[in-house]
Structure formats: C-alpha cells, structure tokens
Design a protein around this ligand. Structure first.
Ligand SMILES: [Zn+2]
Length: 188
C-alpha cells in the first residue's frame, strides 16, 4: 500500500493504524491518500466524527481519508466572545484514532467490493476494539539550525586578514624588486 500523507500527523503512526486495519480485514488498497479535512468555519460547533471522512469508489483500489487538524469548540462556541473558536488537535487520542479506523474499515469494505450502504453496518458500530491503545501523534518538527552569527563573522574576519597578509607579502616582494632597480640606476 502506497501512503501519501498530506497532513501534519505522523506518517509512521498513520501507517501503523491503517496497516492494523488492513491486517484485521485481510485487505488493503493499492493507494491511500490522507488529507486535512476542512472544518467549516461558518458551521455550528462540529464534532470530530462529522468532519472526518473517507472516500472510496466501489471496485477501485484507492482510498481518500480526510482528517481534521482542529475542531470547533462547543463551549467556546456558546460562551466565547467571538463566537466559535477553533481548537487544535494535538494528535489523535484513542477514541479519535478508533473513529478514523472505523471510517477506514467502511472504505475498505468498498474496496473489497461491497457497493450498497444498505448491505453495510453503520460505520460507528463497526468493531474497532483491536485498535485500543493506538494513537496518532503529530509529525516531529524539524529542529531549526540556529545560526551562530558571531562565529560566522569571526571566520569571515580571519579569512580577510589572511588574504590581506598574503597580498601585502606579495606587494612587498615586488616593491623590493623595483627598489633594487631604482638604487642601481641612482648609483650610476
Ligand atoms: Zn460508503
């Protein structure tokens, strides 16, 4: 399965989660794309399960999974001074991870050839107990290399001094050579 991760969630964690479902279901898509599902800002406070979504065409080998990166806070939505407040998700805790797994199980059923929703169990009632304990963290942010400007400027100054020393040495040699000639002619 080729996984394309367009979210801020850890690719390793997502892969572990979806592979656990693949193994449990005994099937897997050829390709899986995970993207950030947008939370509608105009909407009423929105639950995770309402934003989370999956798409798979029956008989195809591709699944799209949309996972929100934040939610609209219910309490803030009611009491907040600016109306609805977006709350960042700092990763997917276990209930959320299980929900992602359940939606994915539903999509995987389409991949396995089940076409009609009438023939399927509601995704929220799919057994995902085997995903207990799994969580999905955020991608580890790359540590920014701190530039040491003082050190860089010191090295630049050292290089300049070395270059001028070489130039002065060369010019002195040339000057002495010409001075010798001057003295020679003055003695005549
Ligand atoms: Zn469906």
């Amino acid at each position: 399965m080729k996984l394309t991760n367009e979210t801020k969630y850890s690719t390793e964690d997502l892969r572990a989660l979806f592979n656990a479902v693949n193994k449990h279901e005994g099937a897997e898509p050829r390709t899986l794309r995970v993207f950030t599902a947008k939370v509608p800002s105009w909407n009423a406070p929105t639950a995770f399960c309402m934003v989370l979504r999956g798409v798979a065409w029956s008989g195809s080998r591709h699944i799209d999974m949309g996972i929100p990166k934040h939610l609209l806070d219910v309490k803030a939505g009611i009491d907040g001074p600016n109306g609805i407040v977006k709350v960042p998700l700092l990763g997917l805790d276990n209930p959320q991870t299980k929900m992602v797994g359940q939606v994915y199980m539903h999509e995987l059923a389409h991949i396995r050839g089940i076409h009609k929703h009438k023939e399927m169990q509601n995704w929220t009632s799919l057994d995902a107990e085997y995903l207990n304990g799994m969580t999905v963290g955020l991608k580890k942010s790359k540590i920014k290399k701190v530039r040491n400007l003082k050190q860089e400027r010191y090295i630049k100054a050292l290089t300049k001094v070395k270059a001028y020393k070489t130039k002065i040495k060369r010019d002195t040699t040339l000057m002495e050579k010409w001075l010798k000639k001057v003295r020679y002619y003055e003695k005549q």
